[in-house]
Design a protein around this ligand. Structure first.
Ligand SMILES: *Cc1c(COP(=O)(O)O)cnc(C)c1O
Length: 484
């Protein structure tokens, strides 16, 4: 009975016709026309792609959105091969690949923040591909600390007594809180309500604090916090007094925030540790040309250390321009306490990153900090950018179907460094005769290497500020390939 009804329905159900047309996995695997795309990925993956694509079409047939006639057309037009090739291409594009950043956002988190100096990159590659002196003293052969040299470099650069490095600044904050906390006894951290920041993606300072096991005592109001607010909140359970730089927003108007010096003095009197989370680690002075005036409000690491707070935390891959890392600098006893915390073991850095950071800090000490790519990008003046934009425009002028215009625009420091700061720039406004701005931007992202640009007012904006050496040529090739 069941078999009979099934045969009956297969006669009347128009979907059965489409199912019969759909090739089997085996047939596709033996299709001579697909040898080329199949050879480009491991066999297992290819079989998976074939199954997925056929499954998707089977689903459409079941849902009644794909009938035999249309399926016949699709197969005749080679859409199965096209779908499979697309999967192969997507596979080959996946993962971390080099991109051309034409967004003008210097510390673009999605694109890997700071590109490190070529000498730092070389140091990283060497450390990664070989054995290296990591935790051993060359003279005595005894075990030592992996970041001893880094700590010495940080002392010289920031004036702090010592330093320590962890995976990123979020880890630095976590280690700091976890170290000063005594569960159930002293577990309160006093912090200004106006400084409880949320930084891109999912990093919220309050969440990290709570996960670290601390109880937040928020003091003051969103726009005004005074040292008296901190003072009156101190109690038996207070573990730490903390200040957080509001990296990615700016409270304007009637505002008041606590000076780090006042916080350090209060901490010293109350015998409580004090911390300042800077976010972006700006190192100025020592032979460096200053950053643009609009960015000078960013707190400098050296000033934060001089204020007398016990520990200052900042990212290694924001304004510093090094590899991803979180740096903690401050009083020797505090840094020692952080190092002794067993949690440090879970947050410490690997040899390649430490090597890259050492080289980056050495460049600062050698007065070569301005060679660091992100710093150079941040410092480029509007006049310089206009010259570069015009050069790029003439390079791209012959690309078919594209209209290009040089316009005054604004770049951004990015990554919550210098909120509300824009850097005057000149960008290329590109429109295509047939493709929309979104289509052109997508084609560029799919290129080899991919190009990321901004889409604004119906055009693709290419900002030369964030182009690295050799990128203009890659960009030209990408644009020509994108608009065939
Ligand atoms: C960016 C930032 C962090 C997080 O730093 P990561 O290096 O991204 O982990 C923490 N605090 C402040 C104030 C920041 O600006």
């Amino acid at each position: 009975m069941a078999a009979y009804t099934e045969r009956m329905s297969s006669k009347t159900d128009p979907r059965a016709e489409a199912f019969r047309l759909l090739p089997s996995v085996e047939e596709v695997l033996h299709d001579a026309a697909l040898v080329e795309p199949a050879a480009r990925v491991p066999r297992e993956l290819w079989v998976g792609f074939v199954r997925d694509v056929l499954e998707a079409w089977r689903g459409e047939i079941k849902a009644g959105t794909l009938d035999a006639t249309r399926l016949g057309h699709q197969l005749a037009r080679g859409e199965l091969a096209a779908a499979l090739s697309e999967r192969v291409e997507r596979e080959r594009r996946a993962g971390i690949v080099r991109v051309v950043n034409a967004t003008g956002v210097v510390l673009h988190t999605g694109l890997g923040r700071a590109p490190v100096h070529v000498e730092a990159a070389e140091a990283m590659a060497r450390a990664a591909s070989s054995y290296c002196v990591l935790e051993v003293d060359r003279e005595s052969g005894e075990r030592n600390q992996r970041d001893e040299r880094l700590s010495a470099l940080l002392q010289r650069l920031t004036g702090a007594e010592a330093g320590i490095v962890v995976n990123n600044n979020a880890a630095a904050v976590y280690l700091l809180l976890n170290t000063f906390l005594e569960r159930g006894r002293r577990d309160e951290v006093i912090v200004s309500r106006g400084e409880l920041v949320e930084i891109g993606g999912s990093f919220r300072v309050p969440d990290v604090m709570e996960r670290a096991g601390v109880v937040l005592r928020e003091v003051g109001t969103t726009n005004r916090t005074r040292i008296e607010d901190y003072r009156s909140a101190i109690g038996e359970r207070t573990a730490l007094l903390m200040k957080v730089h509001t990296s990615n927003f700016r409270v304007q108007g009637f505002t008041e925030e606590v000076e780090p010096r006042a916080l350090a003095e209060l901490g010293a009197r109350a015998k409580l540790p004090t911390a300042f989370d800077l976010g972006s680690g700006l190192l100025e002075g020592d032979g460096l040309e200053p950053l643009p005036a609009s960015m000078r409000e960013e707190p400098r690491v050296r000033d934060a250390v001089e204020s007398g707070v016990d520990v200052v935390t900042f990212s290694g891959d924001k304004l510093l321009g090094g590899p991803q890392s979180g740096l903690l600098v401050g009083k020797r006893a505090t840094i020692t306490a952080l190092r002794r915390n067993p949690v440090y073991r879970a947050l410490r850095q690997d040899k390649a990153t430490i090597a890259g950071l050492e080289r980056t800090l050495e460049l600062y000490l050698a007065g070569r900090g301005d060679e660091i790519p992100s710093r150079a990008m941040l410092r480029a003046s509007a006049a310089e950018m206009e010259t570069r934009a015009r050069e790029l425009a003439s390079r791209l002028a012959s690309v078919a179907d594209c209209a290009i215009e040089v316009v005054a625009e604004q770049s951004q420091p990015g990554s919550g460094s210098a909120p509300g700061v824009f850097l005057p720039t000149f960008a290329l406004r590109v429109t295509h005769a047939r493709a929309s701005a979104a289509q052109l931007a997508l084609a560029l992202r799919r290129g080899e290497p991919p190009v990321f640009a901004r889409v604004q007012d119906g055009a693709v904006l290419l900002d030369p500020r964030t182009l690295l050496a050799g990128d203009a040529e890659l960009l030209e090739r990408a644009l020509r390939a994108a608009v065939v």
